[in-house]
Design a protein around this ligand. Structure first.
Ligand SMILES: Cc1cc2nc3c(=O)[nH]c(=O)nc-3n(C[C@H](O)[C@H](O)[C@H](O)COP(=O)(O)O)c2cc1C
Length: 185
């Protein structure tokens, strides 16, 4: 018998998305987002929910483009770091050693080491309160491996917003808002 556990922004599995943008000066930035997912298949579109204070928010508003990079579990600490500090203050790619690569289609970078990236242009925004929803039309997907077998070697990092732990489906593997601190000088 199910019982009420209250109003929660909680779903499982919840992939850890790393959203990449360029700032006004052309510096590549990466921010970790838990709130996002596929929104439509015709046109192919996804949604991401971004709080206005984020540096990423300003970049989304001005460049109207972003990439969503699915996070392999082995990059849990890097993704956590991307969610702990702001591109307003630091160069997150320089700090982690990950590689931004300019998309050939949209005005945003991909992460070379992450094997699955969606290239998007901003089509709509919707102010929901704490977050603004950005609807991005998917212009292309860049993936390693065969299109028919992308996921068999992909150990996806997911986020449990209840316990604030990262999971590589099944087991908790790192502390959220904690494990990335090793990159903070
Ligand atoms: C696991 C995790 C999930 C997060 N999810 C979101 C989210 O869905 N939306 C959001 O606006 N911020 C989210 N954040 C916070 C941003 O990643 C964080 O504020 C980051 O510093 C923003 O970087 P920026 O200022 O360079 O854009 C999340 C952080 C973590 C660690």
């Amino acid at each position: 018998m199910k019982k009420s556990i209250g109003v929660k922004s909680l779903i499982y599995p919840n992939p850890v998305l790393v959203v990449c943008t360029y700032d006004a000066a052309g510096k590549a930035n990466a921010a970790t987002l838990a709130w996002g997912g596929i929104a439509s298949s015709g046109p192919a579109a996804l949604s991401i929910a971004v709080q206005p204070p984020r540096y990423t928010y300003a970049a989304l508003m001005s460049r109207k483009a972003f990439t969503v990079n699915l996070t392999p579990a082995k990059y849990a600490a890097e993704a956590d770091y991307f969610g702990l500090v702001s591109g307003r203050d630091v160069d997150k790619f320089a700090a982690t050693g990950l590689t931004p690569v300019k998309s050939d289609l949209v005005d945003a970078p991909l992460i070379a080491e992450f094997p699955y990236s969606l290239e998007c242009v901003v089509k709509h925004t919707l102010d929901l309160g704490m977050h603004t929803l950005f609807i991005g039309e998917i212009k292309d997907v860049k993936a390693e491996g065969e299109a028919s077998d992308i996921w068999s070697d992909f150990e996806l990092l997911t986020f449990d917003a209840g316990s604030r732990e990262y999971r590589a489906p099944g087991k908790a593997i790192a502390k959220a808002f904690e494990s990335g601190k090793k990159f903070i000088a």
